[in-house]
Design a protein around this ligand. Structure first.
Ligand SMILES: Cc1cc2nc3c(=O)[nH]c(=O)nc-3n(C[C@H](O)[C@H](O)[C@H](O)COP(=O)(O)OP(=O)(O)OC[C@H]3O[C@@H](n4cnc5c(N)ncnc54)[C@H](O)[C@@H]3O)c2cc1C
Length: 451
């Protein structure tokens, strides 16, 4: 395929992070950006970052996955103008390491430091501050996109604006993102203050999330969905704030040590989760927050990337059969209808929920971007013989409640659900065809959703 620059290439068995999708394809690892030459690629291909998407977004059967891992340099940096230019294969952890000593920060980041910048742009990911700083797209000042028939194009909110919108949240389907310039934010130190505030009922969540958001830099909530009756959904809101304090630079070194990957996630010889262990885990986690709440200081690294080291075991405990995440943004008006629907279903058909958590969202929904005004709510549970029935119920409830599902987190979402939930599904599809009539870029995700 490649005539110009060196790259390693081999057949590879891919698996999605949630353990559901497997496919044999080709893995190509370019050594430099010189690999991307106009008119040299015709076979189906897709970019790959860290491969940490729950859905099969960066691979597919007989598709060539172009891994950006070695295209991971910091290209330029301007401390006064507050921007950094990086190659798209760089991990968030490495950027964190580079910036933290300068008391600078990327405003929007997902929960794991191995995730790549290319993956963040292509899935237009969100952090715990979506209500304040928007999605990852809002942090991108410009980017360079390669497409074999168009060459390298510079995109920004002002230049090739439509293609910029199609590429941010475009699931890698418009081409390979080579590099980008990202906005930076000044922060007082590498410390954060975290305050847990108890929440007695799920009904209180919409109001309380807004109150917490008004006084915080990051907010999320945690709920126990294994409880029944009036206690269903009891939990806490976690408020996070940047604070001045002694720097904990050692914490940033952890960025390089993270080992989570899709291939090894299902490697434990036994499955630890079952209804009893899930109940106990919820009880233990819920007890972190006393009746009057608790407040503590921690490194910013631990606060923004909560899933590291021993906590990575959470994903491993699902075993080889894997797990589901159903994450959706609901308008505030239908949020309680959605919660009541889930509560009633679980009463009749128990499903052990390992995680129930929310974030406050604000912003316009367009194309296939996971962004809207409302409450973003995530549920995790085991993949087993009962889960398809629960998921079909959730799909239906979501449409009734006018919510949108998170495409990058759910590996079995159908074209029917996505096209009904996202009003601009057809617009996305046709914009993609206008730009790339041969549809060179493909993945299991794009084939499943008929994009
Ligand atoms: C522990 C954990 C916590 C998470 N927390 C959050 C969270 O808080 N918020 C959130 O929104 N998401 C979260 N996610 C999901 C994750 O942020 C996204 O799935 C992200 O896209 C993964 O990036 P990646 O580098 O692993 O990319 P991959 O999984 O390899 O690819 C993801 C998509 O990006 C495309 N892509 C990757 N690199 C490029 C490139 N250079 N050019 C073009 N396209 C490219 C791929 O084609 C694919 O469509 C989390 C995932 C995990 C495992």
């Amino acid at each position: 395929m490649n005539l110009v620059s060196s790259s390693s290439s081999r057949a590879h068995n891919f698996v999605s992070f949630d353990g559901s999708e497997r496919a044999q394809g080709k893995l190509e690892i370019p050594e430099s950006a010189a690999y991307f030459q106009k008119d040299q690629f015709t076979a189906p291909q897709i970019s790959r970052g860290a491969g940490l998407s729950y859905a099969a977004a960066s691979f597919g059967k007989n598709i060539c996955s172009v891994d950006h891992a070695r295209l991971n340099k910091i290209v330029d940096f301007n401390e006064e103008e507050l921007w950094i230019e990086v190659e798209a294969g760089i991990s968030l952890g490495r950027i964190y390491d580079f910036l933290i000593e300068k008391k600078l920060f990327l405003a929007t980041q997902p929960g794991h430091p191995r995730i790549s910048v290319g993956g963040c742009i292509a899935a237009d990911i969100h952090g715990k501050n979506q209500f304040l700083d928007g999605t990852f797209m809002n942090q991108v000042q410009s980017l360079n996109l390669f497409h074999p028939e168009h060459g390298i194009l510079e995109l920004s909110p002002k230049k090739n604006e439509d293609l910029f919108r199609l590429t941010c949240g475009g699931y890698g389907l418009s081409g390979n993102i080579l590099s980008c310039r990202l906005k930076l934010k000044r922060i007082p130190s590498s410390m954060a203050e975290v305050q847990l505030k108890p929440l007695d009922t799920i009904e209180q969540l919409p109001e309380r999330l807004k109150i917490s958001a008004a006084a915080s830099d990051f907010v999320l909530s945690w709920h126990d969905f294994t409880l029944k009756g009036k206690d269903f959904g009891r939990g806490f809101i976690q408020e996070g704030r940047f604070i001045a304090g002694d720097s904990v630079l050692a914490a940033s070194k952890k960025a390089a040590e993270q080992s989570l990957d899709a291939e090894s996630r299902g490697n434990l010889p036994i499955k630890v989760f079952n209804p009893l262990t899930i109940k106990m885990m919820n009880l233990l986690y819920g007890s972190r927050c006393g009746k009057s709440g608790s407040i503590f200081k921690m490194s910013l690294f631990d606060s923004i990337f909560p899933i590291q080291n021993s906590k990575e075991l959470y994903f491993k405990f699902f075993g080889a059969s894997g797990f589901h995440e159903f994450q959706a943004v609901l308008p505030e008006e239908t949020f309680l209808e959605y919660m009541n629907g889930i509560r009633n279903y679980l009463l009749k058909h128990p499903v052990s929920i390992t995680l129930a958590s929310s974030k406050l969202f604000a912003g316009k929904q367009d194309l296939l971007r996971f962004s809207a005004n409302g409450i973003c709510f995530a549920l995790n549970f085991e993949r087993n013989s009962e889960s398809p029935k629960f998921l079909a119920f959730l799909d239906k409830l979501l449409l009734e409640c006018r919510g949108i599902p998170n495409i990058i987190k759910d590996s079995r979402l159908s074209k029917e659900i996505v096209s009904q939930a996202y009003p601009e599904y057809e617009l996305f599809r046709s914009a993609l065809r206008d730009f790339d009539p041969k549809r060179i870029y493909k993945s299991e995700l794009s084939e499943r959703l008929a994009l």
